[in-house]
Design a protein around this ligand. Structure first.
Ligand SMILES: [Zn+2]
Length: 204
């Protein structure tokens, strides 16, 4: 019998923890454009670096908006990164690290899912940021699968430029229908579900 004032010993509860004690898991940060995904990725990576953890950051070679060697967010908080042409390169370049950051993950090939799993299984903390939906509101590339296999998923929101509600859509203002188009405020605007639906109805 447990003594007075001591909680009863319950092994199943004692073993349970909300957060993993063993290293190696996947975190996904997703949302629309202007939702602060990259800023959140950078915040987590900078904290890891400050704790003297070895950090490696990758982004798809296609994203050359500002710089070939930096993960650059819209507010110019930058962190050095390595552009890679395929997900397989990430495995080759991730030897001897504690944390791997991946930005703009929606542009990677489907192999990125298995790469993240392998990294996590080998004890690496993997933090993935990416657009969860394309400009039409469809799940974007490997993001749905990454969210499915991740331990932790955070969806961050922009603010709808038309009504001020939380925005989850990246509405494209240009006439081009190319899926892979990178751009800034003059091309995309964050919209909430209802304002996005209105735009889609009007464009039919
Ligand atoms: Zn709105």
């Amino acid at each position: 019998m447990p003594g007075r004032g001591h909680p009863p010993k319950d092994k199943s509860k004692k073993m349970f923890s909300e957060y993993a004690k063993k290293p190696g898991w996947i975190e996904v940060i997703c949302g629309s454009m202007f939702s602060g995904k990259t800023e959140e990725l950078i915040r987590r990576l900078k904290r890891a670096k400050f704790a003297n953890q070895r950090v490696e950051i990758f982004k798809p070679g296609i994203d050359t908006r500002y710089s070939a060697e930096e993960v650059v967010s819209h507010d110019a908080t930058a962190i050095m990164s390595t552009p890679v042409d395929s997900s397989a390169s990430i495995l080759l370049l991730s030897g001897d690290v504690d944390v791997v950051g991946i930005d703009e993950a929606q542009f990677f090939d489907d192999g990125i899912v298995d790469v993240c799993r392998q990294l996590a299984s080998s004890g690496i903390r993997v933090i993935v940021a990416g657009l969860d939906m394309d400009y039409l509101g469809k799940p974007f590339g490997p993001m749905p699968a990454l969210m499915a296999v991740a331990e932790y998923v955070d969806k961050v929101h922009a603010i709808c430029v038309r009504c001020g509600d939380p925005a989850l859509h990246s509405h494209r203002l240009s006439a081009s229908d190319r899926l892979v188009e990178l751009g800034e405020k003059d091309i995309y605007e964050p919209l909430c579900r209802h304002c996005f639906n209105k735009c889609m109805e009007n464009s039919d």
